[in-house]
Design a protein around this ligand. Structure first.
Ligand code: CO
Length: 294
């Protein structure tokens, strides 16, 4: 292996190690009456203290929400008897680890939690140089269906490349037609979602997460300042609550109007079914794979 490749893989591995430490700490904080904002801040500050950067805002999605929920500024929400998905991204120098876990605070959804975990484990067992993403999607779908649930068809695993938290290939959670062959040293995130609903997510509610997609010149001074501030994320998603508060609405609205921002509205299950998620990032190896976020 080239020296440069080795350095890059080391960064992926370090990002993954930081991620698993903060994830374990976060799980302890997810309990009834606990604050969602406190969990998000624990995760994001913990990542920075350990020498990484959040690759995206800590997602805390509950019950029928599958992804892209994150606390707002001064959010007062607390956990109830919820099914809680914590999805965390860490990067070092742009090299990302992405991992999620489901915490069942009601104690009634063990089977649903197990379905996405089992699907993730079965997928990880298959991954090696030469595997097709079609086979991965098939084992995920079959495992979830065997447990009596449905995979979410329009959420997928994905590749990871420097400063891109959702790079090709897409790795669907169902069997599909045209796959991609994974090769040694590819970095991919596998993230099965299982549900007792329709098996599909739809957009709902306002976005708290954005990314900068096109930096177009703006005249409004607040927007200009915000645009400069946002460049440091290098295209990775950020939370509204991370931004300077002064005249934030105006600045964000102006940037949105120029088409500079991508918004990430909350994704919820179409029939409001419960959703569980399990996710790890892996490095594809000749005869298997290395889980960086384990
Ligand atoms: Co992911």
């Amino acid at each position: 292996m080239g020296e440069e490749m080795e350095l890059v893989l080391d960064k992926y591995i370090s990002a993954g190690r930081i991620l698993s430490e903060v994830r374990e700490g976060a799980i302890e904080l997810v309990k009834e009456g606990g604050s969602l904002l406190a969990v998000a801040e624990f995760v994001e500050n913990g990542i920075r203290e350990k020498g990484g950067e959040p690759a995206f805002p800590c997602n805390i999605s509950r019950n029928e929400e599958a992804a892209h929920a994150t606390p707002s500024i001064d959010d007062k929400a607390v956990f109830g008897a919820d099914l809680v998905k914590i999805d965390i991204g860490v990067h070092i120098d742009g090299y990302i680890g992405d991992s999620a876990v489901t915490v069942d605070l009601s104690g009634n959804n063990e089977g649903l939690v197990r379905a996405s975990e089992a699907a993730l484990n079965e997928a990880i067992k298959l991954i090696r140089d030469g595997i097709s993403t079609v086979e991965i999607g098939e084992v995920i779908e079959n495992t979830i269906r065997e447990q009596g649930y449905k995979p979410v068809v329009n959420l997928s695993g994905h590749g990871l490349v420097r400063y891109n938290s959702h790079a090709p290939p897409s790795i669907p959670n169902v069997k599909y037609e045209h796959g991609v062959i994974l090769k040694e040293n590819d970095i991919v995130a596998i993230e099965p979602f299982a549900t007792d609903g329709a098996g599909k997510v739809v957009e709902s509610g306002n976005a708290e997460i954005y990314s900068l997609i096109k930096a177009k010149p703006v005249r409004v001074i607040e927007a200009k300042k915000l645009l400069e501030e946002l460049k440091k994320y290098q295209g990775l998603p950020f939370a509204r609550r991370w931004l300077p508060r002064e005249r934030l609405d105006l600045a964000l609205r102006t940037l949105k109007n120029t088409g500079a921002l991508r918004e990430y509205p909350v994704l919820r299950e179409e029939e409001k079914g419960l959703v569980s998620q399990a996710e790890h990032t892996v490095i594809v190896k000749k005869d298997g794979c290395e889980v960086t976020t384990g």
